[in-house]
Design a protein around this ligand. Structure first.
Ligand SMILES: *Cc1c(COP(=O)(O)O)cnc(C)c1O
Length: 368
């Protein structure tokens, strides 16, 4: 049996008539940017989150960059962000000339460790980017309070947490602004790059919209310097179709996770993902921790099972951040995680039979 890690083709085929019609509608309309589709998607996405403002953008990284820029983050400022994540939440801070203050994470939940963050606050600290890694949020009210107490902007990186919740609060609705990615493999994915920023704050949303469109809302308006960072009409049309399926897909991920938990429960060498009390996980990734990670990964591969590592290097240990001279003792949890995490196939398209085969193969590995 073969088990792919993701299967975007099957996802497309399951809704092909809807997607084809959406693409054709855009193609025949002759409007490929800044028209009806983007407005409809922005409204639909904001409404599903219960927010008033969504700005469609070219990707999730730009969403983070433009949020920070719109909040006025600049050279000399410091921004707290987790040391163990995809690189974007740190790189955008650096690209604005500000300083990413990387904070070690919680070993069980993979989210920023607020106690360690507290110790790193300085008079220059202006903002905190929380990343809801792998589909599970941190304690949202606690993070928001932390931000309020220290007078920081609170930004949620929801690239891996579409419609995740904490205590009934949807990820992306508590921050000053939040970034979403619609990279093809995200829980809600476009057929190319796309992302968005959401906010309750109309003025902030307008600043982000201007920054994404050469500094203005209309073609020849340039009130500030800006970027070209818009979502295009075809991606917006595709995403609006897929938005109608996201609950079902997220539910399937949760069901897949249950199956893994049940079938792997008695392998003591494996640490299953911890569920944070009150959090509703959407399993962008199903990440186990194992000491003999590389051997297990290879064994699975030889058995036809694709897995992935999120992430093989924590941000402070990336070559791009070599100038930080980070030592493993500075980020003990992130350092350990980079050697122990293994992501198993969890996408909605993976069958029950395939998951049971993955679990049986893992059992075989430990009985060798
Ligand atoms: C994917 C991702 C991003 C970046 O999104 P892109 O659309 O690929 O630019 C940012 N943060 C996290 C946590 C991500 O997983």
């Amino acid at each position: 049996m073969r088990v792919p890690f993701v299967d975007l083709q099957s996802q497309y085929l399951s809704i092909a008539p809807e997607i084809d019609a959406a693409i054709k509608e855009v193609a025949t309309s002759g409007h490929y940017l800044q028209n009806l589709q983007i407005k409809k998607f922005e409204n639909a996405f904001a409404a599903k989150l219960g927010l008033d403002h969504c700005v469609g953008l070219s990707n999730g990284t730009d969403a983070l960059l433009l949020i920070l820029k719109a909040l006025g983050i600049k050279a000399g400022d410091e921004v707290l962000t987790p040391a163990f994540s995809w690189i974007s939440s740190a790189s955008v801070i650096s690209l604005l000339g500000a300083k990413p203050v990387l904070v070690d994470v919680d070993p069980d939940y993979f989210t920023i460790d607020l106690k360690k963050a507290e110790a790193l606050i300085s008079p220059r600290t202006k903002a905190l980017i929380a990343v809801h890694l792998f589909g599970q949020t941190g304690d949202l009210p606690q993070i928001k309070n932390f931000g309020d107490e220290h007078n920081l902007f609170f930004i949620e990186d929801c690239a891996q947490a579409h419609f995740s919740q904490f205590d009934g609060v949807l990820a992306g609705t508590l921050g000053q602004a939040s970034a979403f990615s619609f990279y093809p493999t995200k829980n809600l994915g476009a057929m190319g790059d796309a992302g968005c920023a959401v906010s309750k704050d109309e003025e902030l949303a307008t600043r982000i919209r201007r920054l994404a469109n050469h500094g203005g809302l209309t073609k020849n308006e340039h009130l500030t310097l800006g970027y070209n960072s818009r979502m295009d009409e075809i991606q917006a049309a595709i995403l609006r179709v897929k938005l109608q399926h996201i609950e079902a897909w997220n539910e399937q991920r949760v069901a897949n996770a249950k199956l893994y938990r049940h079938a792997l429960a008695n392998i003591e060498e494996i640490q299953l993902p911890h569920l944070r009390p009150k959090a509703q996980h959407t399993y962008h990734q199903f990440v186990i921790k194992v000491k003999e990670r590389d051997q297990l990964k290879q064994y699975l591969e030889e058995s036809g099972i694709a897995t992935d590592i999120h992430y093989p290097l924590a941000i402070p240990f990336e070559p791009a951040y070599a100038f930080l001279n980070a030592r493993r003792d500075d980020f003990p949890v992130a350092y350990q995680l980079q050697h122990e995490v293994l992501s198993l196939p969890i996408v909605p398209e993976v069958s029950q039979e395939q998951i049971l085969y993955v679990c049986k193969t893992i059992q075989d590995f430990y009985r060798k």
